[in-house]
Design a binder for this molecule. Structure first.
Ligand SMILES: [Zn+2]
Ligand SMILES: [Zn+2]
Length: 358
């Protein structure tokens, strides 16, 4: 091995392996689902079907954001056992697999944001983070060790195994209430819209919008995604304080999932909603000059990959000189990244101590 081809853990990231590739056979139902709006040419569009579609979209979005995300993934509030089951059941109508599968993968997204271990790392591109990761075999199983707390409930394990029957029931209801047009718009079209709006949080909320807080990742706040997803677009806020029940930290940040949970807390269904302290909301702001380690790491890693890819196979003195320079540049990039990470960790530790004292 020559000097220019030294192994580098930063550079081995994001390479596509066999089980990272789309399984086109098992993806047929998902892809075929996207052709169902064509049926509207035969069924037409009725007003009742449109109402069904709107209700099915927002109703199920609530179960995904307030349930699968803010409850099962992050435990940002408490539910008794029956409402917990109903929240999971509602989530399965969205055809985004079971609550344990969804939440286990999402916890990994937070634990390993933007790295190779991140299930839908935005660093692997739009297609991968939007749907590619769902259509490959690698993440099809539920990693129950990531979600031991909820996997302890047999009724949730049952829903996780049988994650389509509630959606079939919804389809039948749409047909009963709105006929063929009701079925196509109320169920199929609203499901497709629901899928892609949810997936935008994974694919676009790390590339579109603005960053308010310095976080370990590349998350951003986007009002467009917040409107589509009942408040999930405040993704930088969320990565900054994932245990917070509200993603819109300020009154002007549209977060209807939070408003609905608040209303449920008034009647005693939702309990112990967690909110970040005011001191935390005022810390780590980029406008105050905080070290943006998430973007630093993403850009530095990209630069390191470009350096690694560059080079020459010339066997003469010039080729040797290029390889030597490349090796020293790679070493420099590695050391800088390490130092920046240590600096960010030290700053964070200091802030945590300050917060504890406050
Ligand atoms: Zn994210
Ligand atoms: Zn989250």
């Amino acid at each position: 091995m020559d000097a220019g081809a030294a192994p580098n853990p930063q550079l081995s990231t994001m390479r596509r392996r066999a089980d990272d590739r789309v399984n086109w056979v098992s993806s047929i139902p998902f892809l075929a689902f996207h052709t169902t709006p064509l049926l509207l040419l035969w069924t037409g569009v009725s007003a009742r079907a449109v109402v069904l579609g709107v209700v099915a979209y927002w109703g199920r979005m609530f179960f995904i954001t307030a349930g699968y995300h803010r409850y099962f993934s992050h435990r940002t509030y408490r539910l008794a056992r029956v409402p917990q089951f109903l929240m999971a059941l509602g989530g399965t109508t969205a055809l985004q697999k079971g609550p344990l599968w969804w939440a286990a993968n999402h916890r990994d997204h937070h634990r390993y944001s933007d790295t190779e271990m991140d299930v839908h790392s935005p660093q692997k591109g739009f297609w991968w983070s939007h749907v590619g990761w769902i259509l490959c075999d690698k993440y099809s199983a539920t990693e129950t060790d990531r979600i031991k707390d909820f996997a302890a409930y047999p009724e949730l394990r049952f829903l996780n195994r049988h994650d389509t029957f509630a959606a079939v029931l919804l389809a039948v209801t749409c047909f009963a209430l709105g006929g063929w047009s009701g079925l196509v718009i109320g169920f199929f079209v609203s499901t497709i819209a629901l899928w892609h709006s949810t997936f935008f949080v994974n694919s676009l909320a790390h590339v579109m919008g603005r960053r308010r807080y310095a976080t370990e990742d590349t998350s951003r706040n986007s009002v467009i995604i917040a409107v589509l997803t009942m408040g999930e677009g405040w993704h930088n806020n969320h990565h900054y304080a994932p245990s917070s029940c509200r993603n819109g930290f300020f009154w002007w940040e549209w977060d209807p999932s939070f408003y609905a949970l608040k209303a449920l807390s008034w009647v005693g269904i939702v309990k112990d909603m967690k909110s970040p302290p005011a001191t935390l909301l005022a810390s780590n702001r980029l406008k105050d000059g905080s070290l943006d380690i998430g973007m630093f790491r993403a850009n530095w890693t990209k630069a390191a990959r470009a350096v690694s890819a560059a080079g020459s196979d010339r066997r003469d003195a010039l080729g040797e000189s290029l390889r030597t320079r490349k090796a020293s540049l790679e070493g420099l990039l590695d050391t800088s990244l390490e130092s920046a990470t240590e600096l960010a960790t030290t700053i964070r530790r200091g802030q945590r101590e300050q917060l504890r004292k406050a």
